[in-house]
Design a protein around this ligand. Structure first.
Ligand SMILES: NC(=[NH2+])NCCC[C@H](N)C(=O)O
Ligand SMILES: [Mn+2]
Ligand SMILES: [Mn+2]
Length: 301
């Protein structure tokens, strides 16, 4: 039986909305450990990582090498520690489940998961999160973690961010519906496996998810699943900072997570962008716990 190690990463430095730092607490309170017990997995809770206070400085006045990326130093600090914790969890034979926090934490989980292994990644998200400090429309690092982990452009030199064993051929994005122009170019240029909501409309969630997982799992030791709650339609997941209409339904999300479990290649996972200050009665956090349970094998019968 797998043991899942829960690692809280309560940071909001990568997002444009405060409150997402309370995500780990809301997800735990939403019943994560019980849900995972229902999936037949043991859990240990490593608690929350320490998140540094922001330096007293203007976020736009970063060192030139940081370009327009707000709080990149603080984000690096959190992600270095998350990377170490994820790598240590894997060394101990457990499965890391990181709780955000905003999506910038993926830089840490990917670099930790890909430290001593070749991995693939499936990105369940409305967004591509492939901006760089040069292309970002917002300066928010939660719009950049996939580019950072892959060492794209300015991120080529940020050694703390790069996920050694992750190559672009093993990355698949699922559920896209809000992609910036530069991100769209990058997806085409580098040939990322990218599935929009239209692909899901046409082909169905099962076929799309199976294909995405086979791309990610091809020839690697295991896969990282990154679950941004804004992947779901805001009707199902209102408690997120950057909601986009037209997302996957509650049922589609569960089907996709069940396919993750059936693929039997899950190495590490994160759940991000749950913002309890924008939620209704903690329903988005509770949904996150249910989806985690499906990904780790919970079934009706
Ligand atoms: N993880 C997220 N919610 N990312 C939202 C990113 C939004 C937009 N593409 C940006 O770069 O600012
Ligand atoms: Mn998103
Ligand atoms: Mn995201």
């Amino acid at each position: 039986m797998d043991t899942v190690r829960i690692i809280g990463a309560p940071t909001d430095y990568g997002a444009n909305r405060r409150g997402v730092d309370m995500g780990p607490s809301a997800i735990r309170y939403g019943g994560l450990a019980d849900q995972l017990a229902g999936a037949g997995v043991d859990t240990v809770d490593a608690g929350d990582l320490l998140v540094p206070r922001a330096e007293e400085r203007d976020p736009d006045a970063d060192a030139p090498s940081e370009g327009k990326a707000k709080f990149l130093r603080e984000t690096a600090d959190v992600c270095r520690r998350l990377g170490d914790e994820v790598a240590a969890t894997l060394d101990d034979g457990e499965v890391p489940l990181a709780l955000g926090g905003d999506h910038s934490i993926a830089i840490g989980s990917l670099s930790g998961s890909a430290r001593d292994a070749d991995i693939g990644a499936v990105w369940f998200d409305a967004h591509a999160d492939l901006n760089t400090p040069a292309t970002t429309p917002s300066g928010n690092v939660h719009g950049m973690p996939l580019a950072a982990a892959l060492g794209i452009d300015e991120f080529a030199d940020t050694e703390w961010a790069n996920a050694a064993g992750l190559s672009p051929e093993n990355v698949a994005l699922v559920g896209l519906r809000s992609v910036d122009e530069a991100e769209a170019e990058l997806i085409k240029e580098r040939g990322f496996a990218a599935y929009t909501m239209s692909d899901i409309d046409e082909r169905g969630i099962t076929e799309v998810t199976e294909e995405a997982l086979s791309v990610a799992a091809d020839g690697v030791d295991g896969i990282h699943v990154s679950l941004d709650l804004d992947w779901l339609d805001p009707n199902a997941a209102p408690g997120v900072g950057t909601p986009v209409r037209g997302g996957v339904t509650y049922r589609e999300a569960h089907s996709a997570m069940e396919i993750v479990d059936e693929t039997d290649a899950l190495r590490s996972m994160e759940i991000v962008e749950v913002n309890p200050t924008l939620d209704q009665h903690n329903e988005t956090a509770e949904l996150a716990t249910e989806l985690a349970a499906s990904a780790f094998g919970k079934r009706v019968l």
